[in-house]
Each structure stands twice: as C-alpha cells, then as structure tokens.
Design a binder for this molecule. Sequence first.
Ligand SMILES: [Zn+2]
Length: 280
Amino acid sequence: MMRVHFLPLLVTLILLPAWCIALPMEHAPVPGGIVVIPLPGDADPASIRFGGKRVMTTQTDTSQYAVVGLALGVKPGTHYLEARTVTDKPLRLSFQVTDKQYETQHITIKDKRKVTPEKRDMERINRESKTIRAALRHWSDNEAVPLRFIKPVDGPYSSPFGLRRFFNEQPRKPHSGLDIAAPEGTPIRAPAAGTVIDTGDYFFNGNTVFIDHGQGLVTMYCHLSRIDVKPGQAITSGEPIGLVGMTGRVTGPHLHWGVSLNDARVDPMLFLPAEKTAKQ
Ligand SMILES: [Zn+2]
C-alpha cells in the first residue's frame, strides 16, 4: 500500500525546486512577500542580515536557506543580504525583487479622531507605536520555526494585505495585515505554536496580542473584544488566545492579523494552505 503512494511523491519531490521541499510556504519575491535564498555551505547563519535586521535561516539535510521578509516599501530590483562565512569572510548574496501592484481602498471612518487624531492622542499613539514596533522586531532563537499556519478565525477575508488605503479620502499607510470578518465573540486560535510576547490596548489596534514563533517571525492579532493570554505564556497551535471584537479603529467586528518577518510586515496568506476558492 505504501509503495503505491511513495513513487508519485518521490517524483514530485525531484521536480520541485529545493526550497519547496525545505519550506512549505509560498515563495513570493515581491514587496510584502517572502524570498527564500539558498546559502553557501560555509555561510554563518547568525551573520545573515537584510537591511541590518537578522534573518531567519533553515537547514535541510543538504542545504541551508535564508527566509527573508520583504517590507511593502522594498523597491523592485536587485537586493543584497549581508552575510559572512564561518571563517568570517564576507559573502555577497543577491536576489531580485519584482514589482507588485496592490489595490486601492477608500474607507469612511465615523470617528474622525481615529483618522486625524487630536494632539492629546498623539502622545499615546507615539508611545504605543514604540511598544508595537519593539514586539514586531522581536528575535528569539528557535530551531523549529513553524512556517505553516492554520487560519486563526473562521470567516471571509474582508480586506487583503497590501491595500493602499485612504481613510475619509486621506492617504494612510498601506494595509499591513489581513482582515478576517467574524461576529464579535468568535474565538481566535493561535495559527502555530509560539510564546506570547506582549498584549495591550492601543489607539488604532485596540486589544492586541503578539505571538513570537522564533527567528524573527512574530504574529499580531488586533481589535479583540477579550484577550485570554498573558505575556510569557507558551501557546500551542490552535490554542484560543482571545475573541474577535471591534476595539480601536474599525468599521465592524473583524480580526486584523499581522505577520512580521525580520521586522518586515508580510502577507499572512503566504503561510496558509491554498484554499479552494480564490477569495474566501
Ligand atoms: Zn486590518
């Protein structure tokens, strides 16, 4: 019985590029995507940086790879990793980023203070943005970083990653996460194992949970009605972390799910298995 299935699998493995075997995630060398770069055998994994930020590496039986998150602001063209060999010689590793046009979205927010915050809000926003950035660039060593996620909430994708946004006709930062619509109170489950780094209640993001999965891979859950985890808590894949809500800047109840890799916000969809229908 096993042999019947084994041969087609073997053929598939031989035909696939190497990174497919090592990394069950989508290779997307675009702004907001993830690029997987084979490393020479003598590369020192701890030395690899992109834009000064340490980069995830993974090892198969035969090869090692850098797994690099590309921020939405990365320009198309040739980019370089900073790297050194185990004997401390410089390595020059280049890769190409291709362009991707994200759609534009216009949103009307009734609470004008959430679009053009008042002076007294700015101090809070600036303070919170430091906390949020610190959580998203968190690094912890982990040999077995989960690169395949389960969908954290059942529901339709209401707003994709990367949308160029206008709030009340004013341009704002592009959408750095993926929105899943669900009724208030719907449980949110951790998409993979990790450790809660921080939780908080923020001006724009509302009640928020950050989970560290290791090697610069951090996920963020926003607008929760209730947080059910504490900083430092270890989380298994599928474990409930809180409930969907509409705290912060929202037009309705949904989960805003962010994924950060080497401090670059990347498309969470790249970590999910392909679904049967294109959008939902
Ligand atoms: Zn969102």
